[in-house]
Ligand binder design. Structure first.
Ligand SMILES: *[C@@H]1O[C@H](CO)[C@@H](O)[C@H](O)[C@H]1NC(C)=O
Length: 315
């Protein structure tokens, strides 16, 4: 089963069919971008945890969380893929408030902190570390999709819109349709080509001027490091990443802001997957995938740096 899944995923990465489902291509692209910004130590850490079942690839591991969310034993994880942000994008008011939008700490911001914390725990079975990593990879992708940080019409699922002449819903247009149609038309149907093009721009092109400003170490990871430095005896230093307002909440706010500027800016019966709207949305999607890919890499680099080499998991 596992091998069949990996082979299918590998095939999908090489020649992504148009219909494949932050959808599969969005997550793969975030993973492929991140792989190009991982430190050597983080690469080793990821390989160690993911091992052969994912060819040590962030991209291949990135969609596991979607594949289990409907299984009875993982039903609890479904609500961690998004934040039900109850703001008002149609009246141009985009705000994210933890108390209002993350009741009981069950939302994507809390989940990112939670799985960062889990990954820092040196003494845990490999399967648990693998699960934490796969959740973290996935949620760092999802949080970049503006309709994963918006409650209106269930994140757009309930809004019928037109894409390539067919009626579909707005959420799907943002998760998959616009990105997949661009990948087919401009990148020979290959998510790898799309990701390489993004990485080139991030390293040498227009985006290279801003990349470094996209990430700052979460205060919680910083304090974790400081604590280790100041108290090398500490077995399990205090660590609370769950509500990292500076970092994880900031990313959520950034994605949510697109709900006010772009996502709902269409007219009745407008074609959304070609022309004006698609061009505008694709620019947002490019930026969000680049950012989340870079942030995923830097988060993992920081997690690995925060753990003393002898405390890092070894499996
Ligand atoms: C934190 O991770 C544990 C282990 O997977 C899970 O049971 C719990 O629901 C998670 N909570 C959040 C908010 O992510």
């Amino acid at each position: 089963m596992k091998h069949a899944y990996v082979l299918a995923t590998l095939a999908a990465l090489n020649a992504l069919p148009a219909a494949i489902a932050w959808g599969v291509s969005g997550h793969h692209a975030v993973g492929l971008v991140a792989e190009q910004f991982l430190s050597k130590n983080a690469q080793a850490f990821v390989s160690d945890i993911l091992g052969e079942s994912y060819h040590s690839s962030l991209a291949l591991a990135s969609t596991w969380a979607d594949s289990v969310r409907d299984q009875p034993e993982y039903k609890w994880s479904a609500e961690l893929h998004y934040m039900n942000t109850k703001d008002s994008p149609r009246t141009n008011s985009c705000t994210v408030e933890l108390e209002r939008d993350c009741p009981g700490g069950r939302c994507i911001v809390a989940a990112m902190g939670n799985y960062t914390w889990h990954l820092l725990q040196a003494a845990q079975p490999r399967a648990q570390a693998e699960e934490a990593l796969k959740f973290l990879i996935h949620f760092l992708g999802d949080v970049g999709q503006p309709l994963h940080t918006e409650a209106l019409a269930l994140g757009g699922y309930q809004l019928p819109v037109i894409c390539e002449g067919q009626v579909t819903n707005l959420h799907w247009v943002w998760d998959e349709a616009i990105l997949d149609s661009r990948i087919v038309r401009q990148f020979h149907g290959s998510v790898r080509h799309f990701a390489s093009w993004l990485v080139r721009d991030m390293k040498h092109g227009a985006m290279s001027r801003t990349v470094a400003s996209w990430y700052k170490t979460p205060w919680s990871l910083q304090s974790y490091k400081e604590q280790i430095i100041s108290d090398s005896e500490a077995q399990a230093p205090f660590y609370n990443a769950v509500y990292d307002e500076d970092t994880y909440l900031e990313w959520t706010r950034e994605a949510n802001a697109h709900a006010c500027t772009t996502v709902f800016d269409y007219r009745m019966r407008e074609e959304l997957c070609e022309g004006r709207y698609a061009n505008m949305a694709f620019q947002v999607i490019i930026g969000q995938i680049a950012k989340q890919g870079y942030r995923l890499a830097q988060t993992l680099n920081d997690i690995v740096d925060a753990v003393e080499p002898e405390l890092r998991p070894r499996f």
